[in-house]
Design a binder for this molecule. Structure first.
Ligand code: C2E
Ligand code: CA
Ligand code: CA
Length: 705
């Protein structure tokens, strides 16, 4: 026996007591009956509950008084069960010395002798407070968590690494239109919904946020997805965030996906997009979107080495409809034009409205031949008149074509060149199309330059009025004059009205210019009258734009009054096309003028619609002026003689006066006299001359008379 081994009873007890007090459990023994009084308890109870061990030993039954009254039944019941031989674990609250409650786990067992008689109950107390508190806190936090999940506006879906749904909240079921039962256990592939991306394309299965997280182990942030459900018509738009929770091995435990409903946001975004990209009147793409489409076409054509065409449409005389019938008609007409355009196009082509009466058509993958065919087809679309509120409106369009890459390589240039070509088509006679040609560029620049110079000409008084006498064929005397404007340009000299009047009409400058001519003519008439010359009639040319302004009648009557000129001394020359419009505005204007005694004559008769029947519908008309092209053809072309004869006859039968313009020869003059023509005007008698020269002519006449 080793001298170092001490095994006295004393040391054994000491060792045992130390073990007991060092153990994390407070060991006790108690009576196996009645109130289960404590017979022994280890000193560690002091640490556990603050009570001395002796306090239990001296008052064995006192322990129950420390137990929370609510826990008495369960404790006693359990000890009774122990008596039946079952080892039991009980949890109950025990009052500490300082009055605080501690959770105790009591693990107890019955000890019996070899005959099976109960000797005592042995057990141990463990402090459970912290654990139970954590458990409780956990339970609370889980409850709160769940509450938050339900309250929060986001849908939450938790999925396993094989994408099976293990939990979801109410908002998730709401957004997906599925019940919790329908969702739980489903994997991503099981969803019958169609998911779409922000750009409208379908979302592929492996592109689902959950699958992306699983593939990459990275979170998916702020992904926008549309959910097309079978139960509702609208697409539900959600902002999706998804992230993985990893397990201890670094593998994915679950994937959490949150879905936030952004449908209202997307809807207003769509509205804004629509507003920014579509024309609200016709619903066609507007300038912005058209430019984008042209860029796309350029992109595609460049890559594929192809060409495409750009058609620039401008309706002919649209302003007449708008100004005379009102915007309501104009707008309705534009809408119908847009519809016809859109219906006529191939799916790959697109039409848009640039504003006003300007439209654009992009013909993808189209060369010059294709563009010409398409342009012809579009012009044909305008053959049938449009109907607005029972009113039949006929309108045509002029089209300019530019072709990528021949006529330009960027959207701006292509559009500008198509515009120039369109302008060219208008000049060629409207209702037709033109291809862009680099020569046209200079022409447009010339036009823009002229517009600038016209404004300057008004400011700097560069205009003059010339007068051309009109001779009565019976008396061979000057009975009238036509006022014809002249522009004495400081550098370029005299510019023909044939060159600048169309530009002035186009940009609206014809209104101030035309008014100026009227005023000057009346002022000159006043001077001649004051000089004692026999009363004359002055003819002034009017453009459609002037009629459309609406204030023309007032201006005319003011000018007449200011100069003391009778209305019967003024004749207004309107072209056939202006008369043909026959709009209420024109008729109204003519009626007002008639009340002042003002005369009307049709200028350039025969060059316009050449429809004689409409003359019968114009009771306000006084005179018909045979266009000089017919006079010039007399004796060169037999038809011309026949036509001129017929025009004079017809005019007579309608009780209209007839004047022939552009008379240059005696032969022409004789023929016209034979036909019964009343008056002539032309170089044969006199070209248009200045105020001074005309005064001379008038003075000569007086002498002859
Ligand atoms: P228009 O009204 O047909 O005027 C007659 C034109 O024929 C004038 O040209 C005149 O100079 C020209 N002419 C006259 N007799 C003869 C002739 O025997 N032979 C030939 N070959 N030509 C002759 P002009 O003055 O150059 O005017 C051209 C056009 O400009 C006018 O054609 C008219 O449409 C327009 N215009 C001129 N002045 C005004 C104006 O004050 N207001 C408006 N709105 N237009 C005007
Ligand atoms: Ca004229
Ligand atoms: Ca004329």
């Amino acid at each position: 026996m080793s001298p170092y081994i001490i095994n006295t009873l004393e040391t054994k007890i000491a060792r045992f007591e130390h073990l007991l007090s060092a153990a994390p459990i407070t060991i006790y023994t108690r009576k196996p009956f009645a109130d289960f009084g404590i017979t022994f308890i280890s000193n560690s109870v002091k640490e556990l509950l603050g009570h001395e061990a002796d306090a239990f030993i001296f008052f064995p039954d006192s322990w129950l008084s420390h137990v929370h009254p609510e826990d008495h039944p369960v404790v006693l019941e359990n000890f009774h069960r122990i008596l039946l031989g079952d080892a039991t674990i009980i949890k109950y609250r025990f009052k500490m010395k300082d009055g605080q409650w501690k959770w105790i786990r009591d693990r107890a067992k019955l000890i019996t002798d070899s005959a099976g008689r109960a000797l005592e109950i042995i057990g141990g107390w463990t402090d459970m407070t912290e654990l139970i508190q954590t458990e409780e806190a956990l339970k609370q936090s889980e409850k709160k968590h769940r509450f938050l999940l339900e309250q929060v506006n986001a849908g939450v879906i938790v999925q396993t690494p094989d994408t099976r749904v293990v939990s979801c909240n109410r908002q998730a079921t709401h957004l997906l239109g599925l019940t919790e039962q329908q969702l739980l256990g489903k994997s991503a592939a099981d969803f019958e919904h169609v998911f779409i991306n922000e750009d409208g394309t379908l979302t592929a299965l492996d592109d689902f946020p959950v699958n992306q997280v699983i593939d990459t182990h990275k979170a998916v942030k702020s992904r926008v997805l549309g959910i097309e459900r079978s139960d509702i018509d609208e697409i539900v738009w959600v902002m999706v965030n998804a992230f993985a929770e990893f397990d201890n091995n670094g593998g994915i435990g679950v994937v959490n996906t949150t879905l936030i409903d952004i449908t209202p946001h997307i809807k207003s975004q769509e509205k804004i997009h629509r507003l920014a990209h579509y024309d609200s009147l016709t619903q066609l793409p507007n300038r912005v979107l058209i430019n984008e489409r042209i860029e796309q076409a350029i992109h595609y054509s460049y890559r594929e080495n192809k060409s495409f065409s750009l058609l620039f449409l401008d309706l002919d005389d649209f302003k007449i409809v708008n100004d005379s019938l009102g915007h309501h008609y104009g707008d309705a007409l534009l809408r119908q034009v847009a519809q016809r355009l859109e219906h006529s196009l191939r799916e790959t082509d697109s039409a848009g409205r640039l504003g006003g009466d300007e439209f654009v058509v992009i013909l993808n993958n189209t060369n010059a031949d294709g563009a010409a065919a398409a342009a012809q087809k579009i012009i044909h679309l305008f053959k049938d008149p449009f109907a607005v509120d029972g009113q039949v409106l006929s309108i045509q369009t002029s089209i300019g074509i530019s072709i990528y890459p021949k006529n330009g390589c960027d959207s701006n240039t292509l559009t500008r060149h198509a515009d120039i070509a369109m302008y060219h088509a208008k000049q060629e006679g409207r209702g037709r199309f033109s291809f862009f040609d680099f020569k046209m560029n200079t022409r447009l620049e010339y036009r823009l330059g002229m517009e600038r110079e016209l404004r300057l000409a008004i400011e700097e008084n560069q205009f003059l009025v010339y007068y051309q006498p009109q001779i009565d064929l019976t008396s061979e005397r000057i009975i009238g004059i036509e006022a014809l404007i002249r522009w004495r340009h400081p550098q370029r000299g005299m510019i023909s009205p044939a060159d600048f009047i169309p530009v002035a009409e186009d940009c609206g400058l014809i209104n101030p210019i035309g008014e100026w001519v009227l005023r000057r003519a009346c002022e000159d008439m006043k001077t001649w009258q004051a000089s004692g010359f026999a009363p004359l009639k002055v003819a002034v040319n009017l453009s459609l734009r002037q009629l459309q302004e609406g204030t023309l009648f007032n201006k005319i009557s003011n000018i007449l009054a200011q100069n003391g000129i009778a209305g019967s001394q003024l004749e207004l020359e309107l072209t056939e096309s202006v008369m043909m419009e026959n709009h209420s505005v024109t008729l109204n204007f003519m009626t007002q003028c008639k009340d002042l005694g003002i005369h009307f004559s049709i200028d350039d008769f025969g060059t316009g619609y050449s429809s004689l029947s409409y003359l019968t519908k114009l009771p306000l008309l006084d005179k018909l002026k045979i266009d000089r092209s017919f006079i010039q053809e007399l004796f060169k072309n037999n038809d011309a003689n026949t036509i001129v004869g017929a025009i004079v006859n017809m005019a007579k039968s309608l009780r209209l006066k007839v004047i022939a313009e552009g008379v240059e020869t005696e032969q022409q003059l004789d023929y016209l006299r034979d036909c019964g023509c009343d008056t002539v005007q032309g170089f044969y008698f006199s070209p248009p001359v200045s105020y001074e020269a005309l005064t001379q002519l008038l003075a000569q006449e007086e002498l002859i008379a």
